[in-house]
Design a protein around this ligand. Structure first.
Ligand SMILES: Nc1ncnc2c1ncn2[C@@H]1O[C@H](COP(=O)(O)OP(=O)(O)OP(=O)(O)O)[C@@H](O)[C@H]1O
Ligand SMILES: [Mg+2]
Length: 360
């Protein structure tokens, strides 16, 4: 029988009550009979219940009470000792036994609590993993079916015009891009979970990186007739960061701006070195801003924005995929590069995401 589960479904107060009740019963019997030594072992039963389920500390107090009770009983019925000193020694020994007993239980309980905590953590991380795998499989299935379908058309249709082939291959390309994004996020999420995110900080020019990302998102912007405007006050803008992570940060923010904006709107990317009086805490002196004219973000949504699997009120406007992991990764990446990221937005009034970093 599993002793730990014996009372698992009972309330703590019931166990406390039961233990205290038994303790009083034993003490009363001792007092009345006057032969305390014969019943000493019986204290262990109620005490074990109380100490175990009440989180030990009250158990220790009860142990003390128990010892005092025993001394009182002995004062009343202490005739069995040939010398009075034995009666004190005996009381002391009893207290020692109880105290040691309580200490053992204390340790045992702490160990059990620890096991329980790590068990819960394990369960949680397993749930996160399962949820992510489900989402990833779901997100990979659609573009993969697209690719199979579209390439099938190219293969089987004999009379396709050049323009039609171009359009089909553009759609294949965009589906493949979608897949590589999901796979990248999946890999990065795993690195974060294992606390093995590789960060290679170096000084590099951010301008060509941003231009590259804008180029990669060109077809997504064109599909929605969104114009992406990039202006930087500087010709080159150096940051001290990780090129790969920084590209993914800009890509996630830009793809969000495109994904959640309606057709025909504008997106702006600004990057600048801050003036001495503008420098932020921690010496953050480079700022990158991505602004859109989309639905904006409510205060309620803002609280969850950078959480894992946060799919909030704003939904993709052009059937794009949404896993809800992008901004979670953005925050982790920016923090790994010793920077800061935040969002300024009002509902129905567009969104502005700001990334601040240092240049050395
Ligand atoms: N620019 C934005 N305007 C309005 N809402 C946004 C914007 N960016 C993000 N959101 C909201 O925050 C949620 C979380 O964004 P996040 O980038 O983490 O996930 P996602 O874009 O839905 O999916 P994924 O990035 O994994 O493909 C989005 O689902 C959306 O509701
Ligand atoms: Mg996103």
């Amino acid at each position: 029988m599993d002793i730990f589960n014996l009372f698992a479904n009972r309330s703590k107060y019931f166990i406390l009550f039961l233990g205290t009740f038994l303790l009083i019963v034993v003490a009363v019997i001792n007092y009345v009979v006057g032969k305390e030594l014969n019943f000493r072992i019986l204290y262990l039963i109620p005490l074990s219940l109380i100490t175990w389920y009440a989180g030990v500390r009250p158990g220790l107090i009860l142990t003390l009470l128990c010892s005092i009770l025993e001394v009182i009983i002995k004062i009343k019925h202490g005739f069995e000792h040939t010398h009075f000193i034995f009666f004190y020694v005996d009381g002391f020994v009893t207290f020692g036994i109880f105290a040691a007993y309580v200490l053992i239980l204390w340790k045992l309980r702490a160990a059990l609590d620890e096991v329980q905590i790590s068990n819960e953590e394990l369960k949680k991380s397993n749930e996160i993993k399962n949820e992510f795998i489900e989402l990833a499989v779901h997100d990979l299935k659609n573009p993969l079916s697209n690719i199979i379908g579209l390439s099938g058309i190219i293969n089987e249709e004999e009379n396709l015009k050049k323009g039609e082939i171009k359009e089909l291959s553009r759609r294949i390309y965009s589906s493949s891009e979608r897949m590589i994004r999901v796979v990248n996020n999946l890999l990065m999420n795993r690195e974060i979970e294992l606390e093995k995110l590789r960060v290679n900080l170096e000084q590099f020019d951010l301008i060509p990186i941003i231009e590259d990302i804008i180029d990669q998102n060109k077809s997504a912007a064109a599909a929605k007739e969104i114009s992406v405007n990039f202006n930087s006050s500087d010709k080159s803008l150096f940051v001290y960061a990780d090129i790969n992570l920084m590209s993914q940060v800009v890509d996630n923010l830009l793809s969000n701006a495109l994904k959640f904006s309606p057709k025909g709107k504008n997106v702006w990317i600004r990057a600048k070195k801050l003036q001495p009086e503008e420098i932020l805490n921690g010496g953050l002196n480079v700022k990158i801003e991505i602004l859109d004219e989309g639905p904006g973000i409510s205060d309620e949504d803002k609280k969850k924005l950078f959480g894992r699997f946060a799919k909030l009120s704003a939904k993709p406007t052009g059937n794009e995929h949404s896993t809800g992991i992008g901004l979670f990764l953005v925050k982790k990446f920016v923090e790994a590069m010793n920077g800061k990221v935040w969002c300024e937005s009002e509902l129905n009034n567009g969104a502005k995401f700001i990334v601040a970093l240092t240049n050395r």
